[in-house]
Design a protein around this ligand. Structure first.
Ligand code: CA
Ligand code: CA
Ligand code: CA
Length: 199
């Protein structure tokens, strides 16, 4: 590589980071999420991985065929209504982290749509209720580990502490919902590790 070319490469890299500091966070969050959900390792999350395999993990944790069916309907609806729209596809089969990263501005704008935010609240609320086995409206470490297992994320005490915003040793429903919303819409590090430690 000539000096001129390598200087240019450094400049381009620097420029892109300076111009859009949020891109890194967005990219890292989505790379981590898709990587966890990509069971067959083809670099994409397909509909079967998102809907059926997630529902199967819910069944394994709750030991309930009824809950598996309920969550399957919810995930299918999410895929059809939101992911088709975000990816601008009528019959979306799969997408990669790069697809979400390259469409950041448009996708981010669609995600702050009020109806989408309502769905996100329902999303975190639904998964919270599924894993709050003792029904005390708080998640202990075992229950939080089960939540993470649904998304194929290994549990760690660090993840639990981050989610437990007020450090009272339990994750309340509002802590859960606020962190999940932050993961979806915030540009800063807030909620960034909600679906596992980002790289
Ligand atoms: Ca895959
Ligand atoms: Ca509980
Ligand atoms: Ca707490």
């Amino acid at each position: 590589m000539s000096d001129r070319v390598s200087t240019l490469a450094i400049r381009v890299e620097k420029l892109s980071n300076d111009e859009n500091p949020s891109l890194d966070m967005w990219a890292r969050k989505w790379a981590a999420f898709i990587n966890h959900m990509d069971v067959n390792g083809d670099g994409k999350m397909d509909e079967y991985e998102f809907v059926n395999m997630t529902a199967a993990r819910v069944r394994a944790i709750t030991e309930s065929a009824e809950k598996e069916e309920e969550i399957k309907v919810f995930l299918k609806e999410t895929w059809n209504k939101w992911w088709n729209g975000f990816m601008n596809a009528e019959n979306l089969k799969s997408f990669s982290a790069d697809d979400v990263i390259s469409t950041e501005a448009k996708t981010r704008a669609k995600m702050v749509d009020m109806q989408h935010l309502i769905m996100e609240v329902k999303w975190s609320h639904t998964f919270f209720e599924l894993v709050d086995t003792d029904g005390n409206d708080c998640l202990n470490k075992t229950e939080h580990a089960n939540f993470l297992k649904i998304f194929r994320v290994p549990f760690s005490s660090a993840l639990f502490s981050e989610a437990d915003t007020n450090s009272d040793g339990a994750i309340s429903k509002s802590e859960m919902i606020i962190k999940e919303l932050a993961w979806v819409i915030d540009n800063s590090g807030e909620g960034a590790d909600f679906y596992g430690k980002i790289q």
